[in-house]
Design a protein. Structure first.
Length: 224
């Protein structure tokens, strides 16, 4: 797979190195010579290009027309939006991913700007913290389809009325499904007869309107 990444900062160069190690053909674009020089040691096997990824001629030099995935990963949201728009509209890149540096700008990273999926590190860290410390509540781990669907997690508390009941007894809401259960560091593939136990981390796919009903079905109302 051909991948172009804009921004050779910590995020960009680590991503480039990881993808190259997995056998992908990666081009890394950076407009600051000193930063690009640093990437030489971090990302062996990656094609390095000095230039501004917001400039069409630079993207053309990177052969964007034959690139399958573009990742706009600079520390500037405006630059990431411009690169995404050019990649999608001018070069027809099938898949464009963009980094959101400031959470207040997340609403801008949409299809109108050529972004197929946006990643917000602050929101990811928030979800990770909640996932570690929250029991008996629903935590959004990852938005999909522009936030229309989410991967969510619920940890079953000891006093949950659903503990000890098989999944087929749970009345899940429409557009929701349980995809995995993590139990004592092991992944359990859910079957209708799988029994919910206290401490289970239940992973599910759902839509925003069904989150409350999903939590009620899986966790129930606490007795304490």
């Amino acid at each position: 797979m051909r991948v172009m990444i804009s921004g050779a900062g910590a995020v960009g160069r680590h991503l480039a190195a990881d993808l190259a190690a997995r056998g992908h053909e990666v081009t890394l674009i950076e407009q600051v010579p000193e930063v690009l020089e640093t990437a030489k040691d971090w990302a062996p096997g990656v094609s390095l290009l000095l230039g501004d990824a917001c400039e069409p001629w630079v993207l053309e030099k990177a052969n964007l027309s034959s690139t399958e995935v573009v990742v706009a990963a600079t520390g500037d949201d405006e630059d990431n939006l411009v690169t995404s728009l050019l990649a999608k509209q001018e070069f027809g890149v099938p898949r464009v991913l963009a980094r959101v540096n400031h959470p207040d700008n997340e609403w801008l990273f949409s299809e109108q700007w050529g972004v197929d999926a946006a990643v917000s590190p602050p929101h990811i860290l928030t979800a990770m913290v909640e996932e570690e410390v929250t029991v008996g509540d629903l935590v959004r781990l990852l938005p999909l389809e522009r936030g229309g669907i989410s991967i969510v997690e619920m940890t079953v508390p000891a006093d949950s009325p659903t503990a000890g009941r098989p999944l087929y007894e749970l009345r899940l809401p429409p557009d929701s499904t349980i995809v995995a259960i993590i139990r004592e560091s092991h992944v359990v593939i859910p079957q209708p007869e799988t029994v919910i136990t206290p401490g289970d981390e239940v992973l599910a796919l759902t839509i925003p309107d069904s989150e409350s009903a999903l939590r009620a079905a899986v966790i129930g109302e606490s007795t304490s």
